[in-house]
Every structure is written in C-alpha cells, then in structure tokens.
Design a protein around this ligand. Structure first.
Ligand SMILES: NC(=O)c1ccc[n+]([C@@H]2O[C@H](COP(=O)([O-])OP(=O)(O)OC[C@H]3O[C@@H](n4cnc5c(N)ncnc54)[C@H](OP(=O)(O)O)[C@@H]3O)[C@@H](O)[C@H]2O)c1
Length: 323
C-alpha cells in the first residue's frame, strides 16, 4: 500500500510517499481501508520531534473508512462497517490502518467517512475540554483562541450550545467572519490587538473564568492576563510553540488562577469514555447543532503541502488527505 513515512525529524519536506506491506490485524485489532485521513496539528509535532516518536515512522492519528478485516476475538465490528479512529498507532497517512477495535468507533448513519475523519479527533477534543476539563456553564463568558481552526470551530459552536458568550481570537479578517458565522459574540484579531486588554474591555474589567488556548507560546501571557479571579487557563496545544514554564506563585499573585495542560488521550482513556465522547459529538452533528467544515482536501501524496498549509495558518476548519 502507499503510505507517508519519515526517517528523520524536520520540516514538511521530510514526509515521503513509499510502498509498505498492508498490515494484518492481530487479536483485538481491525484493518480499516481509509477513505479519508484527518490532518491534525499533533502530526506536525511528531514530524518535528516536539513529541518524539521512534524513527523511521509513519504519521497520522485519525482516519475513517470501511472495516476490511477483523482480528481474532473482535466483536465490536464486522467487515463492511464504517469506522473511524483517532488514536495510535501512528500511521494513518496510508491506504490502510490497523489498530485496536476498542479504540475505534462505528460512524452513525448519515455521517460519511470524510466527516468522520474530519471531526473525530478534533470534536472529541472540544467535547472533553468544554464538558469535562473545565465544564462551561450557561451565562459564562469564555475565551477561545484560534477559533476558525479545526478544534476551534467545534469549541465555539459547543460553547454556544451550552449557553456561553464567546470571545474568539483569530489571525485574519476572513477567519473573523467565519468565527462570527459559527456564533462567536466577539472576535479579537490577536495578531494586532492585545488580548488581555480587549477581554477586560468586553467583560467590564472582570476577565473570563476560562481560556481555551491551543496557540501556546504566543498567547500564554495574554491568556493569563484575560482570566478572572480563580479562572482556569486550559493550555491544550502548541501551534506557535510550547507554552513557557511558570513559577506557581505567579498564579497566586494573578488571582488564585488554575493552569492545566490536558491531552485527549487521558480523557478517552477507556472504551466507555471514548464511546461517550464520540456519541455526544455525533449526536450534536446529527441534530444539526454542530457543523463540520472541511476547509481543505489534499491527495495522499500531497501530505507535505498539507503540512505547509496547516503550519502557515492558511487553513480554515479541518483538513483531509484522500488516499
Ligand atoms: N491537547 C489535546 O488533546 C489536543 C487535541 C487536539 C488538538 N490539540 C491542539 O489544538 C490545536 C488546534 O489543532 P487543529 O489540528 O485543529 O489545528 P488548527 O486550529 O486548524 O490550526 C492551528 C491554528 O492555530 C493558529 N495559530 C496561531 N499561531 C500559529 C502559528 N505560529 N503557527 C501556526 N498556527 C498558528 C492558526 O489560526 P489563526 O490564523 O487564526 O491564528 C492556525 O490555523 C493545536 O494546537 C493542537 O495541538 C490538542
């Protein structure tokens, strides 16, 4: 099968297309013939070495397609089911993917492989951030960074469903229009405007009880400065580089703040949690309450161009590779 591989860390140019054997499902595993592959920022961290992986390696965490074969003991799927997965083993950028049946979900009727691959990882991330990591309550005002991106778009819509007022940040006027269309009440252009000062203005000086920050290095200080007393900074990504170290006493001096650095894989650690998270997400999609934007699609052999687009902030919504 055709698969994207890399044998040393670096820029998008290290990604190369090669031929590797189709993997065989062992006991408890399923083989999925990918119809669509989700591109996620975490793939760039694996490629650069920010999150180390054993080399040489495949790349990619997310995909969807028909179950081609099941290993011994699998009861969760039968061949022909439409399945999606959003976890390891790394190597989704390929024609086939093998992984544990218990880490995959069946796509409900009406959800295509393309939508499944675009939304499972990003949407379950939004789910755990907004319902479990810091559960947003109706009437609260929340700050969501990179609101026109893959995870950001889902977060904005979910926050509105929960009855929050949303302050969104984006990097361009086009993305501002997109965030507004999805329900954001206020939009800050964080490349030009000072985030903490703008948030104080919009909240009568109080600040917000929670900031969802996927940008990391570039936004960290502004996020802390935007928080209300006892507010929580949910730092969940590194799009601009990792957030800096912080001395705990600063959290005290800034108003008894909380800081957490969560990852999806600890919030869908069991199959029950995975099914609950995916079920909540697909329920809202089926009800027409969450819209999934597939902003860009690339053929499998264009993985390099896809990474270049994602890292240069040129994408909106989710991006897919099509094998
Ligand atoms: N912790 C977890 O479990 C978890 C799970 C999934 C995703 N994430 C994180 O969530 C974030 C979003 O992931 P995604 O796949 O949906 O990507 P994305 O949001 O579609 O793309 C990243 C966006 O970040 C913004 N950005 C700001 N500064 C940037 C910079 N220097 N370089 C590149 N982008 C920059 C850009 O939007 P603007 O142009 O509007 O600035 C860009 O479009 C990533 O940080 C990812 O690591 C974390």
């Amino acid at each position: 099968m055709r698969a994207i591989r890399f044998d040393h860390t670096g820029g998008p140019e290290v990604l190369t297309l090669g031929e590797v054997p189709v993997p065989e499902p062992k006991a408890g595993e399923i083989l999925v013939r990918n119809q669509a592959i989700g591109i996620n920022f975490i793939d760039t961290y694996h490629r650069t070495g920010l999150y180390p992986v054993k080399l040489p390696s495949g790349i990619g965490m997310e995909g969807a397609g028909l179950v081609e074969a099941v290993g011994e003991g699998v009861t969760r799927f039968v061949p022909g089911d439409l399945a999606a997965y959003a976890s390891g083993p790394i190597g989704a950028y390929a024609e086939f993917h093998v992984g544990a049946a218990e880490r995959a979900v069946k796509l409900p009727a009406g959800v295509s492989a393309q939508v499944g691959a675009a939304v499972l990882l990003k949407g379950m991330t939004a789910e755990f951030l907004i319902r479990r990591c810091y559960p947003v309550q109706a009437g609260q005002t929340v700050l969501i960074h990179a609101a026109a991106g893959g995870v950001g778009q889902i977060l904005v819509q979910w926050a509105k469903i929960l009855g929050a007022t949303v302050i969104a940040t984006v990097g361009s006027d086009d993305k501002a229009a997109r965030a507004k269309a999805l329900g954001a009440d206020h939009v800050i252009l964080y490349r030009d405007q000072a985030v903490a000062a703008e948030v104080r203005k919009l909240t009568g000086g109080a600040g917000v009880p929670v900031v969802y920050d996927s940008v990391g290095a570039a936004t960290f200080e502004g996020s802390l400065g935007a928080l209300a007393r006892r507010g929580m900074l949910v730092s969940y990504g590194n799009a601009s580089g990792p957030a800096p170290a912080i001395e705990p006493g600063r959290l005290s001096r800034m108003g008894s703040l909380y800081l957490t650095r969560p990852t999806l894989f600890d919030y869908v650690a069991t199959t029950a949690e995975l099914d609950e998270s995916a079920g909540a997400l697909f329920g809202l999609i089926a009800a027409g309450k969450i819209e999934v934007e597939i902003g860009q699609t690339f053929p499998l052999d264009q993985a390099r161009a896809a990474h270049e687009a994602l890292e240069s902030r040129a994408t909106v919504g989710a991006s897919l590779l099509i094998p």
